[in-house]
Ligand binder design. Structure first.
Ligand SMILES: C[S@@+](CC[C@H](N)C(=O)[O-])C[C@H]1O[C@@H](n2cnc3c(N)ncnc32)[C@H](O)[C@@H]1O
Length: 271
């Protein structure tokens, strides 16, 4: 332990201390969220519920209409998440990768949803999944935890607009896949990692660390409050966490400045 600390720079030690202190806030947030499970809170919520009109989701409709043929296996609540982040690609010339093909039905669903212009790539560890190769669908067989496999993949596939990781679901597989593919995602692209199960899941913890970089902050001298984005902030628009799903969106154009201008003439004296 002492040797590890001795090898760290002052900046790294400070970040590590912040990380340890951050884990106390993380535990506090965890228990605050658990309190929302309490029955009295749920009762209060029920009395406030308004009748919501839920718009029909084309993906969910498609899924419900599949009663035979190649199988699709998705958590039902994923359809709303997909549509929220992916509808901007409908009808476009987009490149989509899904890791985890299984019985081929989800590749067909993406093709149907995005339209004839889209090009689909599927990755699976099982040789049997080659059966789903077609003009619009390229299949690669390999292990998503193998960096050499991704190196070969990236040499043969242009950069992607949409990446969906529905493969082995082990955090170490999800981490390698994200690290290998995030730079292969185009500006404006969307990365979805599915089946992140369990509180303090190692992939979710990894994402907690990853998105700390969204808040990196160093004010530029000047009259207005302004910051120069880091390379990370310039490229990564947002990180979203849903039950069992993480979504990362890239910026469509590099962000060059974060600025907080003040508009108006009347101000309280206390700040
Ligand atoms: C849950 S299924 C995919 C379901 C499919 N996307 C769907 O929506 O119907 C998971 C798939 O991941 C594949 N898989 C498991 N481990 C893998 C690995 N290490 N690399 C690549 N694929 C893997 C399995 O062979 C299986 O076909």
């Amino acid at each position: 332990m002492i040797e590890i600390f001795a090898s760290l720079s002052k900046k790294q030690i400070l970040s590590s201390i912040r990380c340890v202190l951050g884990s106390f806030s993380s535990a506090r947030g965890f228990w605050a969220a658990r309190a929302l499970n309490s029955a009295c809170y749920l009762e209060a919520q029920k009395s406030n519920v308004q009748a919501e009109s839920v718009a029909a989701n084309v993906l969910e409709q498609y899924f419900d209409e599949v009663t035979e043929g190649p199988g699709i296996w998705k958590w039902r609540h994923y359809f709303e998440i997909y549509h929220r982040h992916l509808h901007k690609f409908i009808g476009q010339d987009v490149h989509l990768l899904e890791v985890g093909i299984y019985s081929g039905g989800s590749l067909q669903m993406w093709q149907h949803y995005l339209g004839p212009e889209c090009q689909i790539y599927g990755v699976d560890i099982e040789e049997a999944c080659r059966a789903y190769e077609s003009e619009a669908v390229n299949i690669f067989i390999g292990d998503q935890a193998d960096r050499q496999f991704w190196s070969h993949f990236k040499k043969n596939v242009p950069s992607l607009d949409i990446i969906i990781d529905d493969g082995g679901h082990a955090p170490r597989q999800q981490i390698v896949t994200l690290e290998e593919l995030i730079s292969h995602l185009r500006p404006g692209g969307v990365y979805i990692c599915e089946d992140v199960h369990g509180s303090f899941n190692q992939f979710a913890q990894y994402i907690n660390g990853f998105c700390q970089n969204l808040n990196q902050f160093g004010v530029k001298p000047g009259q207005e409050l302004a910051c120069s984005p880091t390379q990370f902030q310039s490229q990564i628009h947002s990180v979203h966490m849903y039950p069992y799903v993480v979504v990362i969106e890239k910026t469509s154009r590099p962000v060059t400045e974060f600025i907080a201008p003040k508009h108006g003439t009347q101000w309280q004296p206390f700040l």
